[in-house]
Design a protein around this ligand. Structure first.
Ligand SMILES: [Zn+2]
Length: 120
């Protein structure tokens, strides 16, 4: 159910943005989701189709971009991505990693279509 409130948030921000720019409709929204975030793309898309119905955002394409998780070794200060080896630092072999990235969630950009200029 976490995704529902997130999706409502996205819709709110998107419609606000659209109103500010007098958009006729919203064509696509790029979302950035960290690898460690528990958010599920499909769930967001599912709710989106339901709640955007009847708004200027109906039919807008959701584009998901996953950011890899990043770890910081507290023993040697090395920064590295989370990989198959898990949390162990590839530089010093210690298990002293701190997660410094991968939990983000934000709207990267919103593409809108404005009314065409009318020339008389
Ligand atoms: Zn290390």
């Amino acid at each position: 159910m976490h995704e529902l409130s997130i999706t409502q948030n996205i819709l709110e921000i998107t419609l606000e943005h659209a109103a500010k720019h007098q958009a006729q409709r919203i064509t696509s929204i790029r979302l950035v989701i960290g690898q460690l975030s528990s958010l599920v793309d499909d769930a967001i898309q599912f709710y989106w189709d339901i709640i955007s119905d009847g708004t200027a955002a109906k039919g807008a394409q959701l584009v998901f971009k996953r950011l890899p998780a990043r770890l910081h070794c507290q023993a040697c200060g090395h920064d590295y991505p989370l990989n198959a080896e898990g949390y162990t630092c590839p530089n010093c072999g210690q298990d002293a990693a701190q997660v410094v990235g991968g939990q983000e969630f934000y709207i990267d950009s919103i593409d809108i279509q404005t009314a065409p200029d009318i020339h008389f």
